[in-house]
Design a protein around this ligand. Structure first.
Ligand code: ADP
Ligand code: MG
Length: 230
């Protein structure tokens, strides 16, 4: 089995007036199957940049981005899109659901793009919505769901393509404490059940013990992972 995610000496520079700013500075990171990492650090330290690079949405200035064993950095945009669609699940703070679609339909769009048969996709969508605790809400539209339920649809949608890597940026920022904890517990459970390499940016220090290791960013540099007690 290939390693789901490995960043090797990744640097990302943005132009900043006459000079450049290093959003990522020689970052190395590996996430194995079933491993749940939290990424913490001050605002502007490069956390979202790291997720964007790992998601193959942004190509770094230098370094390798190995997703499911394949380096994404030399790929053209079509190939990167295909790699992303087949191997990466992305969960951002705002669920970004389409207002007119039901929960099941939100999950079917991606499968349609992947060219999968609809009948099998419907079964898988219903199964995944059951996994995230929404078995009774399959045909509800976003406005009929709570914020926590919408984030659960978002998580189920990210799992539809059977990703090896789950990238999660502040999934609980719009939720109260109780719902936040439930979402992080759900991410723990899906990481175990689907053996994803899960990388979660978070400000909720109280939930860090639910993850395997904590990595800290500062000024684009990544500290060594600190393992939580088992
Ligand atoms: P965080 O998610 O930790 O708050 P970001 O990754 O968003 O940090 O930002 C890291 C640094 O890169 C910041 O200095 C930010 O201003 C800069 N940055 C991020 N995205 C861009 C961009 N598209 N263009 C220019 N600078 C950017
Ligand atoms: Mg950010």
């Amino acid at each position: 089995m290939t390693i789901p995610l490995s960043l090797v000496n990744v640097t990302l520079e943005y132009p900043d007036g006459g000079s450049t700013i290093k959003a990522l500075d020689a970052v190395n990171l590996t996430a194995g199957a079933g491993e749940f990492l939290s990424l913490v650090g001050p605002s502007g330290s490069g956390k979202s940049s790291l997720l964007a690079v790992a998601a193959t949405l942004v190509t770094p200035s230098s370094g390798l981005v190995l997703v499911d064993g394949q380096d994404a950095t030399p790929l053209g945009s079509r190939e990167r899109t295909a790699l992303r669609r087949d191997t990466v699940g992305i969960i951002f703070q705002q669920p970004n659901l389409l207002p007119s679609l039901t929960a099941v339909e939100q999950l079917l769009i991606g499968e349609h793009l992947r060219g999968k048969p609809l009948r099998a996709a419907r079964l898988r969508a219903a199964e995944l919505l059951d996994v995230v605790g929404l078995a009774g809400e399959l045909n509800k539209r976003p406005h009929q769901l709570s914020g926590g339920q919408r984030q659960r649809v978002n998580i189920a949608r990210a799992l539809m393509g059977s990703p090896r890597v789950l990238l999660v940026d502040e999934p609980t920022a719009a939720l109260d404490m109780e719902r936040s904890e439930a979402i992080v517990r759900l991410l723990r459970r899906v990481t175990d059940e689907f053996a994803t390499a899960t990388l979660m940016v978070t400000h909720d220090t109280e939930f860090l013990p639910l993850t395997d290791s904590v990595v800290t960013m500062r000024d684009g540099r990544l500290g060594a992972p600190v393992r939580n007690a088992a």
